[in-house]
Every structure is written in structure tokens, then in C-alpha cells.
Design a protein around this ligand. Structure first.
Ligand code: GCB
Length: 613
């Protein structure tokens, strides 16, 4: 069999064996608004360059049977008498903050990629042995091996998506200890792979929370407007527990005086479908959210959900049936001033606040799923969102394990955000080189996304290039363009190739009847560095590139939006030029110190003049 067909067959098989629901790991829906006990705060940590706490000297994992007391860190052993040898001690080890990456908290760990062990002790107030308990992580980059009271709870891979483990069987009222081995070593077969243009911040980077749940609880639900009928709400509820079958579930929207009841099947699953009238649709101009209550006799979850439709018609994007132009900006998940990975609601307020100030009604959360505060706040602020998984540049397209890793991250992202009105686009990839294997890989991802959620649009940041016979004519040659709902591509004319003076002479030839979004363009500038307009790295050069590019892009037939690259300068190990870069990608409109560059105002002015029909 030809390699291409072998890959096709394998990946097709993969997509068949994938369960359609996300219940495999009992991932809790809307943990964000459930009451939990936070484990945020100071955790002890041990840096383990050789992974001594995990492997013995023959490089076999410690499994507890070979008297691993001296070095199996997850046991949290203490010497029983003065002759005992235990070669680690979490309680005398230093501490660092969770959430938080280690690179920006400890100077010695700035460039560190590898294993760090974390430990925290905790008690459960009002412990109830008839309840079930889960531990939930917003994200850990990249691999997390999680242990409770010396026993393994599980492993999770993927640095930007949530996961949880049940710990009922191991939990006590007092003196629990949770240990997490975090490993952020990059590897060729992972997602992302070895090379990226962002900092590989390691650590427990998002909230850690313990949830107390009833014997049977509401694990998951989707409550959205029907794609083809905006007078209907459709979705499902999924229960988890031993009495999940034939259960009554009530769905209530008090403000609309709506109350509906459904009954679960033997798998604890119930379809939801009911008419919804006199609803105020969620939009960028009026981000109306309704309180939605889902209850059983044992459990209740409250969510704030916006109802809207998003679709394409020819070259237009329609929000609630009306054409919308997406005035956007790309954002990396970094905190300004403090430095490091952003994670808090305050961090989100700063980033999305700047986006609003620019005049945006849309953001691209690049290049991986951002923390949940971003999407929750976008829901409240009326900002439409492109969400993305880190299928970036070179991925092992023919490796079925790599495919699974990408698909898992996509599923976890959709699982988390499928009830968010602001999330309108799932992006499958960024700037990936065309090949048959990659086409199959991405097409299968798109199928999975559509199967899990048919109410949003699919895209990917593709690439353009000059036509051979006329370099002023730009084209996108990529078969994945046939699969997506929106044609998006990154273009860097005037920065990577082409000259800034010639921008006005270029045009795009697009022979596809789909909306077009420019997912990136930009130029690097060191804030505060002023020179004439033709001097690279100056604010003036960046300003000129924006002045030339914006009107040129506006002429693209079907142009429906853009997300210039990028809101704020971000750390990148690829950007070492001194004095301009100094470890930062300088394509931000705002510096890492929070100061605006000239081009910020150029874009702001352009967005002010965009006429929304
Ligand atoms: C791109 C990438 C983005 C980079 C950017 C750049 O096309 O998608 O991740 O950071 O270019 O600055 O070169």
C-alpha cells in the first residue's frame, strides 16, 4: 500500500474508534461556576533534572514493589528513625505559587525544560464519606503525573486544556497530600512539537480545585441555539454515577420563565430540545447572558449562557443572521509587567480591555487554548473568539499517537467552551506545510470538531504565496481550504519577503466562495525606538507597514475580518537579536511593559472607520 493510503486508512480507523462523547475521563462541565475548594497557593517543589523521583538507577519507573523509599518522590516518605535513608523531603524544599509557571517565578528555572515535582498537603472541611471527590486542573504544561496519598490518580498530556481525576477512593478527612510530577520537555511526536515561536512555560499554570459531588452528578451538558432554527434550544445532559439511568433533569431559564424536563436513558444521557421565544440574542453589541439552571434531585449547576447563531453565507459571516466584520487582534497568553503565563481574571481583563480599546469585537486566542477566564470574560464583554489547538508548523502527520494527542486537546477545548456564545471558530492548525498526510490529519480533526459541535465554524491559519508568473498576485494553494468554513491565512508581505513600499501593489486572487479572515500580519518594533519609516525595528516602520497593509487587505473580495499579529510583545526563544528583541517577539502593538506603540493607533483608527452594515 502507498504510504498515503496507509496513513489515510489508519487515521480513518482512528476516527472510528474515538468515542463521540467526552465522558471517557469524566471531565466536569462548568467547573468554573461550581463551588469547589481551591488548592491554589504555595506548593513545595523539587527540581528533578534526571527524573530520580520517577525512575530507579536502571531507568525503570519506581512502582512501589522494589522498596523505592529512598527516591520515589510520589510516596512523600519521611525517615522513621535516624538510620533511615530518604533522599528527598518536600517539606524542607522551597515553595512556589500555583497557578504559575516556574520560569517566571524562579530565576534559576528561567530556561529550564524538564521535570519539577509539586506537593501540597490539605484537609477536607466537612468531609463526607458518602460523597464523591474530584481534583480538577485548569492546565498543566505539558505532562502531569498526579498522585494522591502515595497512589497514582492518572496522567494527562497537553499543556493548555483542563482535566480531572476522581479521588474518592483515596481521600481522607485530614493529612492528604497531592503530588504532581510536571514535565515540559519538548518532543517531536507531541503537540506542539519541538519548534514553536513562544516560550515553553512549565508548571501547574492554571487553577487547581477539589470538587465534592453527589453519588450521581451532572457531568456534562450542551445548551445552545439550534443551528438551523434559532427559535429552538437543543443539546444534551449527561449524568455520571450509579443511579444515572431514568433520572429527571430540569432545565430552567428563570428570566424567560422557561422550565423543561427530560429523562435520562440507561447511559445517563438525555437529549434536550425546546422552543425559546422572546429571547434577546447574544451579540458583540449586546452580550446578553441568561442564567440557566440544570438540576436533578442530587445536583444543580448554574451557568450563564448566551444564545446566538453563527454561520457563513457565500463570502459573509452572519451573526444572528446579520453580516459582521471581525475587527480583531491575535493574543498570546502572557501577563504584562509580572511576566510569564497569564491565568487570572485580572490578566484577562488587561488583555481583553486593550482589545476593546483598539476597537475590537473579535480576538484570536493563539496558538493554544487560553485559560477559561478569557472566554468567560469575552462572553460578558461581547468579544467574538477564535480558539485554537497547538497543531503548529511541523507535526508528525503520519504518527497515529500524535493525531490522538491533537484530537484529545481539541475535544477537551470543545468540551470546556461549547456553551460559550463568544466562541465562534474552532481552528485546527497554524501554518502547517501542505501534504497529503497533513490533509488527512486536519480533515479528521475537522470531522471530530463538527461531530462534537456543529454550531460553530471551522478554520485554520493557512499560508499564502506569490504567483510564479506575477509576484504581486498572492494565492493560497491548500486543499484544506475546501474543508474549512472560513478561509484564513497568515500573510507577512513587507516583513518576511516583499517590500513595504510595494504592499499597495499586491492583491489576492481568491477563487473560493467563503469568507476570508487574515489571521496574521505584522512587523517587529521595539517600543520607544524611533527612526525614519524605512528603519526596521522602529515604531515608525511598524506604523508604515500597518498604514500600507490595512487598505490593501480591505480590498480582498470576501474579506470578513482580521487579527493582526499581535496585541503584546511575547517571549520567544527564537528572538535573540540584541538590542531589539532580547528574547521577545516584537510584533506586539504594546510592549511587555504595557506601553503602546504607534501602530496601535493606526489600527485603532482603521477599526473606527470600518462600517458595520
Ligand atoms: C507566524 C506564526 C506566529 C509567529 C509569527 C512571527 O506566522 O504563526 O506564531 O510568532 O509568524 O512573528 O513570525
Amino acid at each position: 500500500m502507498k504510504p498515503y493510503f496507509r496513513t489515510l486508512l489508519f487515521l480513518t480507523l482512528c476516527s472510528f474508534i474515538t468515542p463521540s462523547l467526552l465522558s471517557a475521563n469524566d471531565l466536569l462541565q462548568n467547573s468554573y461556576l461550581r463551588k469547589g475548594m481551591s488548592l491554589n497557593g504555595r506548593w513545595h517543589y523539587i527540581v528533578d533534572v534526571y527524573e530520580t523521583g520517577y525512575f530507579n538507577y536502571r531507568m525503570e519507573p519506581h512502582d512501589g514493589s522494589e522498596n523505592p523509599g529512598s527516591s520515589a518522590y510520589f510516596l512523600n516518605k519521611k525517615p522513621k528513625n535516624k538510620t533511615d535513608r530518604v533522599e528527598y523531603d518536600f517539606d524542607t524544599a522551597p515553595t512556589m505559587l500555583v497557578p504559575g509557571d516556574w520560569n517566571s517565578q524562579k530565576e534559576k528555572l528561567f530556561y529550564y525544560e524538564g521535570t519539577v515535582w509539586y506537593k501540597k498537603s490539605f484537609n477536607i472541611e466537612y468531609f463526607n464519606s458518602s460523597k464523591r471527590y474530584y481534583i480538577h486542573f485548569g492546565a498543566v504544561n505539558y505532562r502531569a503525573d498526579v498522585y494522591l496519598n502515595g497512589e497514582k490518580l492518572g496522567v494527562h498530556k497537553g499543556g493548555f486544556t483542563p482535566f480531572n481525576f476522581e479521588m474518592t477512593h483515596l481521600l481522607k478527612e485530614k493529612d492528604n497530600f497531592i503530588i504532581v510530577k510536571v514535565d515540559n520537555k519538548r518532543a517531536a511526536d507531541e503537540v506542539p512539537t519541538l519548534s514553536t515561536d513562544w516560550w515553553n512555560y512549565g508548571g501547574i499554570t492554571r487553577d487547581v480545585t477539589v470538587y465534592e459531588l453527589g453519588n450521581t452528578f451532572i457531568e456534562d451538558y450542551k445548551i445552545q441555539l439550534d443551528k438551523s432554527n434559532n427559535k429552538y434550544v437543543t443539546g444534551y445532559v449527561q449524568l455520571n454515577g450509579s443511579t444515572k439511568a431514568s433520572k429527571r433533569v430540569t432545565i430552567e431559564i428563570p428570566e424567560l420563565k422557561l422550565q423543561k424536563q427530560v429523562t435520562t436513558d440507561t447511559n445517563g444521557y438525555a437529549k434536550v430540545s425546546f422552543p425559546i421565544k422572546k429571547v434577546t440574542y447574544w451579540s458583540d453589541k449586546n452580550p446578553k447572558l441568561y442564567e440557566v439552571k440544570i438540576s436533578t434531585v442530587e445536583d444543580q449547576v448554574v451557568d450563564n449562557i448566551g444564545f446566538r447563531t453563527i454561520e457563513t453565507k457565500g463570502t459573509n459571516i452572519l451573526l444572528n443572521g446579520k453580516k459582521v466584520f471581525l475587527k480583531g487582534i491575535s493574543i498570546h497568553e502572557e501577563n504584562v509587567i509580572r511576566g510569564g503565563r497569564a491565568w487570572s481574571i485580572e490578566d484577562a481583563r488587561v488583555l481583553l480591555g486593550w482589545a476593546k480599546e483598539l476597537g475590537c469585537n473579535y480576538v484570536r486566542l493563539a496558538h493554544y487554548p487560553h485559560n477559561e477566564n478569557m472566554i468567560r470574560l469575552a462572553d460578558q464583554m461581547g468579544i467574538l473568539v477564535w480558539e485554537e489547538i497547538p497543531v503548529y508548523w511541523t507535526i508528525q502527520w503520519t504518527n497515529p499517537e500524535t493525531y490522538k494527542k491533537a484530537e484529545t486537546q481539541l475535544k477537551e477545548l470543545i468540551h470546556r467552551d461549547k456553551n460559550r456564545a463568544s466562541a465562534i471558530i474552532w481552528s485546527m492548525a497554524n501554518e502547517t506545510p501542505t501534504s497529503n498526510e497533513r490533509l488527512v490529519f486536519l480533515t479528521n480533526l475537522a470531522k471530530t470538531a463538527r461531530k462534537l459541535d456543529d454550531t460553530r465554524l471551522i478554520s485554520a491559519a493557512l499560508e499564502d504565496h506569490g504567483r510564479k508568473d506575477n509576484k504581486n498576485i498572492m494565492i493560497v494553494e491548500d486543499e484544506f481550504a475546501q474543508v474549512v468554513d472560513i478561509l484564513s491565512f497568515n500573510q507577512y508581505y513587507g516583513w518576511y519577503g516583499g517590500t513595504v513600499e510595494n504592499i499597495k501593489n499586491i492583491r489576492w486572487e481568491i477563487d473560493i466562495n467563503k469568507p476570508v479572515i487574515i489571521s496574521e500580519f505584522g512587523a517587529g518594533a521595539l517600543q520607544g525606538y524611533h527612526a525614519d519609516k524605512m528603519t526596521r525595528w522602529s515604531e515608525e516602520f511598524q506604523e508604515l507597514l500597518y498604514e500600507e497593509t490595512l487598505p490593501t487587505l480591505a480590498k480582498i473580495p470576501g474579506i470578513s475580518g482580521m487579527t493582526p499579529w499581535t496585541l503584546v510583545d511575547f517571549r520567544s526563544p527564537r528572538r535573540m537579536l540584541i538590542p531589539y528583541q532580547n528574547g521577545w517577539n516584537r510584533k506586539g502593538l504594546i510592549s511587555e511593559t504595557g506601553n503602546k506603540k504607534k501602530a496601535f493607533y493606526t489600527l485603532q483608527k482603521f477599526y473606527k472607520n470600518v462600517k458595520q452594515k
